[in-house]
Ligand binder design. Sequence first.
Ligand code: SF4
Length: 262
Amino acid sequence: MKPQYVTVSFSGGKDSTAMLLRMMELGEHIDEVINVDTGMEFPAMYDHIEGVRKIVEAHGIKYTRLANPKSYEYIMLHQEIKSDKFGTHHGYGWPTPVIRWCTRHMKLDLLKAHFRPLKEKYEVIQCIGLAADELTRLSRPANLEPGHRHPLVEWGWSEEDCLKYCFERGGAYDEGWRDLYRIFNRVSCWCCPLAPIGELRKLWKLYPDLWARLQEWEDYMNAHGPYYAKFKQDWTVKALGDRFAKEDKARREQRLLEEWIL
Ligand code: SF4
């Protein structure tokens, strides 16, 4: 029998944060907390992750940050790629529902490499922060592997319970993080083309500097070849930005009209 080694996957999101802090509160044994960093989180998310890292380490628990030495931007725009259609070219372009290269290169490969030697020595228990009401994600084979544990499901904690718990017990480092959850329904990489249009609209409106980076990347892709898919299905960043600006103007005019009539 190999000894057990308990890890907690911590993304910085509300569910994994609630799971981790509650496990610590309950005095559960944790050997290692693992954060996989794509480098593309919102700045406020990094403040939160850093705040939680300090809490974890103050409890004497090992904290590991895994990150691909190549950046998201490098892999998206510059990494050498071979494809049947275009031969050798550079960069995968935007992630799409079919080619989610970021999940593989920025997350899964790193986790596999990290767990491989651990699994030789230990029976590794991976605590994963899926909430009790995330039934679709819970039924995926990738979340049901031997050694996976779902503490939030054991406790019957929904996504709403997790957010409430985090809001009640967060520290000063959490202010910007709380705003993220007041603004967005889901918080993940700010540049994710797979985010719903409504979430991208909020990014355009409230984070113009980040939107400008998306536009810079798109300009680069436009200047460097036909290999790159559009940002989101039929939408380019430029077309989406124009659409949001038009909708925003119409909304403001409507509001002014209503104020004037009243
Ligand atoms: S959130 Fe989007 S951009 Fe980030 S790793 Fe997942 S699919 Fe890729």
